[in-house]
Design a protein around this ligand. Structure first.
Ligand SMILES: CC(C)(COP(=O)(O)OP(=O)(O)OC[C@H]1O[C@@H](n2cnc3c(N)ncnc32)[C@H](O)[C@@H]1OP(=O)(O)O)[C@@H](O)C(=O)NCCC(=O)NCCS
Length: 174
């Protein structure tokens, strides 16, 4: 478990399946997300049961609001390798009524601090659709900078969208 100001990051349990399943099937939540698959509730529960404990290469945490203990989303550092010092970050807040409360900002800061301090990472990278303005704003706010533009890297509802690749180096977290 890792503590932020507003949220705490904790391991997931099979009993979290209902929340994940609901978020995965909410078009507003998955609008700009790559790994969208329409899974049934039993499938999500099975995936959580079969998932081993977090490892250096794959750290997945649930985002829980400290004030009331509600699970509101997920954050993940994946593909971390000690020899490269790099990892990829994903985040989403699935409880829409909790958007705009500062929770993603705090979860990002907490996860990046964990990556740089505990995992000794040198760099954290991510990809975001250029039109996902809320996510792009939050990433910039905590210190990620654009490093490139992937032309038409994302397809949704018959349209292609560009993506930014963004990165943050150790010492750049704000
Ligand atoms: C993007 C997301 C993670 C933000 O979560 P959140 O908890 O609402 O974020 P915060 O409350 O910490 O911060 C939101 C910030 O975005 C800003 N914002 C909201 N909508 C915006 C928009 N359309 N354009 C620009 N900025 C916007 C808010 O003003 C706030 O900034 P501020 O603190 O400087 O005022 C959340 O909306 C989400 O999960 N969306 C769906 C999944 C997703 O897109 N994930 C990222 C995939 S790369």
């Amino acid at each position: 478990m890792t503590l932020g100001k507003l949220v705490l990051l904790r391991a997931l349990a099979p009993s979290d399946a209902e929340s994940l399943w609901r978020w995965n099937n909410d078009p507003d939540v998955v609008r700009w997300m790559d790994a969208y698959y329409d899974q049934n509730l039993d499938g999500v529960r099975k995936r959580l049961e079969e998932r081993g404990p977090n490892s250096y290469g794959d750290t997945l945490y649930g985002i829980e609001v400290r004030e009331d203990g509600t699970l509101i989303g997920l954050v993940r550092l994946r593909d971390a390798k000690p020899e490269t010092g790099r990892a990829e970050l994903d985040i989403y807040v699935g409880e829409k009524d909790r958007w705009g409360c500062g929770y993603a900002t705090d979860a990002l800061r907490t996860m990046c601090r964990y990556g740089f301090d505990s995992m000794r990472l040198h760099k954290i990278s991510l990809t975001v659709v250029t039109e996902n303005h809320a996510a792009h704003h939050v990433y910039r706010k905590v210190g990620f900078v654009e490093e490139g533009r992937l032309r038409q890297g994302f397809h949704r509802d018959g349209r292609w969208y560009d993506q930014y690749t963004m990165g943050m180096l150790k010492g750049e977290l704000r």
